[in-house]
Design a protein around this ligand. Structure first.
Ligand code: DC
Length: 229
């Protein structure tokens, strides 16, 4: 498939809906840029924890962002599908997905000025070329003109199971009961925040992956991408 120079594919959805796996695979298939924007909010959560800053202190978080740039570079061969740095430290999946980071990231992502800084950086990355970007507000706020918008959902049960597998593979301790609570709490925080809450864009295609595997989801999305051209 020849790819238009400005192709933007937005993949949004709740925690553990499979967005990052699907977005990463799709970008590899199309050989275009991939970015999981959740990793950027997680990188800031990591910095806040390292420097003992409170997740609800927006001013301190903004100062942290000034002092330690969160930098993303495209690298299809990297395990995440891109590389991410907080200051001069490169972050891997075990750090980004740690329970400590997950516990504070939704609070951090609710601050309007933090979001402004992240959205600005995300739009700059999208200017580098055709891109698949995963997150919560990509189709609604970051790339509102994206040619393809997918809102990926799945039942809480399916999402808990997926996240368990993902965390175990990354070497993170898992307690299934806590996992369900954590996912439901993050859904609540992400959906109810005042700025850029998690909602499907009006022109998004809703794809429910509760009972279909990643291959089927990819087929459905590839068909939507094909029809958009
Ligand atoms: O997708 P994830 O679980 O890695 O996202 C981590 C948190 O970051 C999530 O609780 C909500 C927030 N987030 C966001 O608000 N906007 C985005 N574009 C991506 C993530």
């Amino acid at each position: 498939m020849s790819i238009p120079a400005h192709l933007q594919i937005a993949i949004d959805g709740p925690a553990a809906s499979g967005k990052t796996t699907v977005a990463h695979r799709l970008a590899s298939q199309l050989r275009i840029l991939y970015l999981d924007t959740g990793a950027m909010y997680r990188a800031l959560a990591y910095l806040a924890l390292q420097t003992r800053n409170e997740a609800d202190n927006e001013g301190a978080l903004l100062r942290l962002l000034e002092q330690h740039e969160i930098r993303v570079s495209s690298d299809a061969t990297a395990p995440l599908g891109f590389r991410i740095f907080a200051g001069d430290r490169e972050l891997d999946e075990a750090v980004l997905q740690s329970n400590e980071v997950t516990a504070v990231v939704s609070t951090i992502a609710a601050h309007p000025k933090v979001r402004e800084a992240m959205v600005h950086a995300q739009r700059r990355i999208a200017q580098e070329g055709p891109v698949v970007m995963a997150g919560r507000d990509i189709g609604t706020v970051v790339l509102p003109l994206a040619q393809v918008k997918i809102f990926l959902t799945a039942s809480v049960g399916a999402r808990v199971e997926r996240r368990r597998v993902q965390l175990e593979a990354a070497g993170v301790d898992v307690n299934e009961h806590r996992l369900a609570e954590e996912i439901e709490e993050r859904d609540r925080l992400d959906r109810s925040r005042a700025v850029s809450p998690l909602v499907p864009a009006p022109d998004a295609h809703i794809v429910d992956s509760s009972s279909i595997g990643v291959e089927r989801v990819l087929e459905e999305i590839a068909a939507i991408v094909e029809r958009s051209r």
